[in-house]
Every structure is written in structure tokens, then in C-alpha cells.
Design a protein around this ligand. Structure first.
Ligand SMILES: Cc1cc2nc3c(=O)[nH]c(=O)nc-3n(C[C@H](O)[C@H](O)[C@H](O)COP(=O)(O)O)c2cc1C
Length: 215
């Protein structure tokens, strides 16, 4: 039987997004929504998971799920392997877009801006907050490279386990954080009958300008 998606739809009636209540600074609103998402979204949704889109040398987009590890006026941070697909994309085109989806709240947030590598001391601090197993994994996994099979990955892990046995595991140079400095944030709140609320914030000369977008 063909799988029909065309008739799948639900009404979004949980909340609204009104200019009168929306703060001047989008980071304030993001902080509130993230807090509410953490309280509302239950496993398996991780409130800090997001889709990160980057563009490669040929201008082709690539999108994958990552975990946001911090945010503020200075930017939105995430971590991974600098030699991975996303690492190569960002080395060529240091621009990215993040999309958060919080289904329990009927909300989406889009964040766009330029990306730079985090200061090494911040990457070190985050790396050392992770478990030893995760730290060894960062050494062992040549993220986004082809592997012959699962056993090949386990062999790489065994090698690094031996190399660092009984010693502290330092952060590998090829692994660390990125910071996306936002120039645009868009907040989407689902409403009834597809008349959703969308508030768009854009940075102009250091000031956030807000407008409502048609759904
Ligand atoms: C829930 C979830 C969380 C993830 N978190 C991260 C992350 O924080 N950092 C990361 O590098 N990859 C993370 N991944 C794996 C990425 O989606 C992706 O496979 C990996 O970063 C390699 O992508 P790339 O080749 O485009 O660089 C996560 C995947 C899922 C499903």
C-alpha cells in the first residue's frame, strides 16, 4: 500500500508570538524559548539539537544534526572534527544556518551568520569536560572519512587507548569548537489554520531590527 503523507496535518494551537511580548534582543527570546524547550521537550527530543547547514566549494548545501553547546551575544557554539565535511565546508565558506525544531512547543528557530573557530582555550575546556571515552573517540574517529568496516573503527580506538593508557588525553588539533555569530534569527510559532507567527530579527549596524514575516 502506498504511504500517503499528503493528508498528514495537525493544528498548532499551543501559543502565539506577539510583537508586544517579544523582546528587543533576539538572544533574550532565544534564551526563553530554549529554557521552555528544556522543560517541555521530553526524550528522545534533545532541546539543544539542531540542523546545521553549510555549503561546500561547489556551492552545494549539506545539512546535519548537531548539539548546541552554548549561546550568547558572542555566538552559538558547537563542536566536532575540523577535518569533517562540515569542517571543510566552513573552511571554504565560513557561513552557516542552524534550525531548531521544538515540536512539543510547536516552535522553530532559525539562526544564520558567520562562523569562526572557537578560541583553543574554550575548545580545551569543553573537551576536558567530556568523558575519557568521548575524548578517546575524538582521537580515534577520522570523522566523515570512509571506513572499511566497524572493526576498523574499533581497532583505531584500541590504538589510541594504548597510546594514552594511564595518561591524560589532550585535545587533538583536529577537534574543537565553532562559534556562529548571528546576523539573523527567526522565531516561528505555529498557529491555527496555518496562520503562523514569524518574527525575524536582523542585525543592522550593531542593532537588531525586527519585522513580522508572512507565514
Ligand atoms: C542527535 C545527534 C547529535 C549529534 N551531535 C553532533 C555534534 O555535536 N557534533 C558533531 O560533529 N556531530 C554530531 N552528530 C553527527 C552529525 O550529524 C554528523 O554525522 C557528523 O557531524 C558528520 O557530518 P559532516 O560530515 O557533515 O561533518 C550528531 C548526530 C545526531 C543525530
Amino acid at each position: 500500500m502506498p504511504l500517503s503523507l499528503a493528508n498528514m496535518r495537525r493544528q498548532y494551537t499551543r501559543d502565539g508570538l506577539d510583537e508586544a511580548q517579544a523582546p528587543e534582543n533576539p538572544l533574550t527570546l532565544f534564551s526563553l524559548w530554549m529554557q521552555q524547550a528544556r522543560e517541555t521537550e521530553s526524550p528522545p527530543v534533545e532541546a539543544n539539537s539542531m540542523a546545521l547547514a553549510t555549503v561546500d566549494e561547489q556551492g552545494r548545501p549539506h545539512c546535519r544534526i548537531l548539539l548546541l553547546k552554548g549561546f550568547g551575544e558572542e555566538g552559538f557554539s558547537f563542536f566536532g572534527n575540523y577535518d569533517s565535511g562540515k569542517g571543510q565546508d566552513l573552511a571554504t565558506h565560513p557561513w552557516a544556518a542552524m534550525t531548531f525544531f521544538w515540536p512539543g512547543l510547536e516552535r522553530q528557530v532559525r539562526v544564520e551568520g558567520q562562523v569562526h573557530k572557537l578560541d583553543p582555550t574554550l575548545s580545551d575546556a569543553y573537551f576536558h569536560s567530556r568523558s575519557v571515552a568521548s575524548r578517546l573517540g575524538a582521537w580515534a574517529s577520522p570523522q566523515s572519512r570512509a571506513l572499511d568496516n566497524r572493526a576498523a573503527l574499533e581497532a583505531l580506538l584500541a590504538q589510541v587507548g594504548q597510546r594514552f593508557a594511564g595518561q591524560p588525553v589532550p585535545r587533538p588539533e583536529h577537534w574543537g569548537g565553532y562559534c556562529l555569530r548571528p546576523e539573523r534569527l527567526e522565531f516561528w510559532q505555529g498557529r491555527a489554520d496555518r496562520l503562523h507567527d514569524r518574527l525575524d530579527y536582523r542585525l543592522h549596524d550593531g542593532l537588531w531590527q525586527r519585522s513580522r514575516l508572512a507565514p
